[in-house]
Design a protein around this ligand. Structure first.
Ligand code: SAM
Length: 277
């Protein structure tokens, strides 16, 4: 089993950092809340294609932030969505957004809890779909515990779907994304104190300490298989949602990719893992 190290205050530091960022994110162009209220759907096309029809199904979103992705699945027909996040301001905002869009708590519920406590915190014993990712796993030190928690919330015949940034990116240089400058297998926590946030790098923030971990692809897959799920697919993608490396180009579809004359590395991945028994 991989043991990750990190400072004792990781949980409190991360929660304070995320709590402070909620208000900045809700007014940002990046999350464009007014646009979301109109379009009601911010899911990425590959997620929609890979998850398939959610009509009439129940869906649990782990680490839901303030619920845009969660509510997008409701808009796409999920009968019941539940979002969980450890940030109370994020959950308060998600509940307000759900109410504004006309979803009552039976259709869209939001729960403030640590992801590792999800089984005790969420209202139902299991869900047809457990959905997570897009900047979620890096906040967790113990992936086996995460996988056990998530897997026990997948209903028989249901599945977990994860879309994440590829861990190889964390080992490459920020400029070109072609030179190996960090250890892909590092178990050390990455502690950062940079103010601001990804929606506003210049925002004056107070709670800046954050603690993250790298999780190699094999660790993620093995944790889910070890938790009793069957891996249906693991897709590695040549595109991402951010300017992760200066060398990336923005294509007409809005995704960033390496220029056509460059050798590529995977920038994101997605996987589906089913409960067959
Ligand atoms: C980058 S956001 C995920 C975002 C989501 N895909 C989006 O863009 O809206 C990461 C989320 O994980 C939550 N989080 C981090 N650590 C957590 C933990 N231990 N338990 C529950 N939520 C956690 C944060 O509060 C934050 O909302």
């Amino acid at each position: 089993m991989r043991r990750h190290t990190g400072p004792d205050d990781w949980w409190e530091a991360n929660r304070a950092m995320w709590d402070e960022r909620v208000a900045l994110h809700t007014v940002s162009d990046f999350y464009d809340q007014d646009g979301f209220r109109r379009a009601r759907d911010v899911l990425r096309d590959f997620e929609v294609a890979e998850v398939g029809d959610v009509t009439g199904r129940s869906l649990l979103h782990l680490q839901c932030h303030f619920g845009q992705d969660t509510l997008s699945w409701a808009h796409r027909g999920a009968a019941r969505v539940v979002g969980l996040d450890f940030s109370e301001p994020a959950i308060d905002t998600a509940r307000e957004l759900a109410a504004e869009l006309g979803y009552g708590p039976d259709r869209a519920a939001f729960v403030a809890a640590d992801v590792y406590d999800a089984a005790e915190a969420v209202p139902d014993t299991a869900y047809d779909i457990v959905y997570t990712g897009i900047g979620a796993l890096n906040w967790l030190p113990d992936l086996e515990r995460w996988a056990d928690t998530a897997a026990c919330l997948v209903a028989p015949g249901g599945f977990l779907y994860l879309a994440e940034f590829h861990p190889l990116c964390d080992a490459l240089d920020d400029e070109t994304g072609s030179r190996l400058v960090h250890d892909y297998f590092s178990r050390e926590a990455w502690v950062d104190e940079t103010p601001g946030t990804y929606t506003d790098f210049g925002a004056p923030t107070v709670h800046n300490r954050s603690v993250e971990w790298q999780h190699p692809l094999g660790e993620v897959v093995s944790a889910l298989a070890g938790a009793g799920l069957r891996i249906d697919f693991l897709h590695e993608h040549d595109m991402t949602m951010f300017q992760r490396f200066a060398a990336l180009r923005r294509d007409d579809d809005g995704y960033r990719r390496f220029p056509g004359d460059r050798s590529r590395v995977p920038l994101m991945y997605s996987l589906k893992a089913s409960r067959t028994r």
